[in-house]
Write a protein that binds this ligand. Structure first.
Ligand code: SF4
Ligand code: SF4
Length: 339
């Protein structure tokens, strides 16, 4: 299924409304991080590096709902940390889905079996399971044996109960096109509705700086993976033009204001990867951030970044402005040079 038709239609209409209103900057996805605490210690994760005093803090239900209402983005991605550790996470999800926002609840799966009964299937709720590869690779990256098996069990459980389930994968150095293709085949066989993919990227606070693909490595990996996947039934949780971008066929600017991050410190400037301070409100964030400073070729920290939170908004806007190009990419598949 990839992105459901109702979600595509609602987001397309939302973008058109904003463009017709002449707005230059508006949010698409709120990245809500209600806490940083996690029950894993993955390689490359900068969130868990905060001191205990910060890890103990969390956003209240009211603060989460207020962030969703204040920013108005049609999609809310709830991450962390591990959001299922938040004692009121079911209320947070219930309140935001009741406002007809599409919620992606990102989880490492460890608490899914215990807590799945606290939620109800809804077209507005998607469980987004973190899986960075097959068993050996994933368990190694999260530094804990058995997590892959738990994630697979959680996916099967959620699918069997009628939830929408997607996956969230970051590829790191050492991934091959063949291993990535086997992984996509496996996820597809589990019945996930969409796969979110990005490449690991050496942002400033990540713990492991030597394990990333780089921009050229990312393009090469995805170009070859998409070539292998031609004709296979892989569904991605991305616009087709973002996939073209990953394969190096499109050049897009980062639009960090479109995927703002709200966490226990406030509204993070400029994106969830870099932290150049915080704003008290989304309005302040929009109006007081020097957005022109950021992006590839501007800030050296952005040089290798191709993550969806920065570049998917450009691809989505391009899709709305050039629907024929997006449609042709969708039906033909990503151009791997052999199309
Ligand atoms: S599961 Fe996510 S938040 Fe937790 S340590 Fe791993 S990457 Fe970080
Ligand atoms: S390119 Fe955009 S999303 Fe990536 S680190 Fe820079 S500002 Fe953040």
């Amino acid at each position: 299924m990839g992105i459901p038709a109702i979600q595509k239609a609602r987001i397309g209409a939302y973008i058109m409304r904003n463009l017709l209103a002449g707005r230059q900057r508006f949010p698409l996805v709120l990245m809500l991080e209600p806490l940083f605490r996690c029950n894993l210690r993955c390689n490359g994760c900068g969130k868990i590096a905060y001191p205990e005093e910060v890890l103990s803090r969390r956003l209240s239900v009211e603060e989460c709902v207020s962030a969703a209402e204040e920013c108005g983005a049609p999609v809310v991605s709830i991450a962390g940390g591990e959001p299922l550790l938040h004692p009121d996470i079911a209320s947070v999800v219930g309140e935001i889905t009741a406002r007809k926002r599409f919620v992606y609840l990102c989880t490492n799966a460890l608490l899914v079996e215990k807590q799945a009964g606290e939620f109800s299937p809804s077209p507005y709720l998607t469980f987004n399971l973190h899986l960075d590869g097959m068993q050996e690779r994933h368990d190694s990256l999260v530094c804990c044996q058995g997590v892959f098996d738990k994630a697979v069990s959680a996916i099967r459980l959620l699918v069997s109960r009628g939830y929408r389930v997607t996956t969230n994968t970051t590829f790191f150095g050492g991934e091959t096109p063949e291993s990535a293709a086997r992984f996509f085949d496996f996820l597809t066989s589990l019945g996930v509705e969409g796969m979110t993919v990005s490449s690991g990227f050496g942002y400033e606070s990540a713990a492991d700086q030597g394990n990333f693909l780089g921009r050229d490595g990312t393009k090469e990996l995805f170009r070859r993976v998409f070539e292998i996947g031609r004709g296979r039934d892989w569904k991605f949780n991305h616009s087709s033009l973002y996939l073209e971008f990953l394969a190096g066929n499109e050049k897009y600017a980062c639009l960090p204001w479109a995927n703002p991050t709200r966490n226990v410190f406030g509204w993070q400037r400029p994106c969830y990867l870099l932290s150049d301070g915080y704003a008290a409100t989304y309005k302040d964030l929009l109006e007081t951030t020097d957005w022109e400073r950021y992006g590839t070729g501007k800030d050296p920290r952005c040089a290798d970044c191709m993550v969806h939170c920065g570049f998917e908004p450009s691809a989505v806007m391009d899709s709305v402005r050039h629907p024929l190009k997006a449609f042709l990419s969708h039906v033909r598949g990503v151009d791997s040079g052999k199309r």
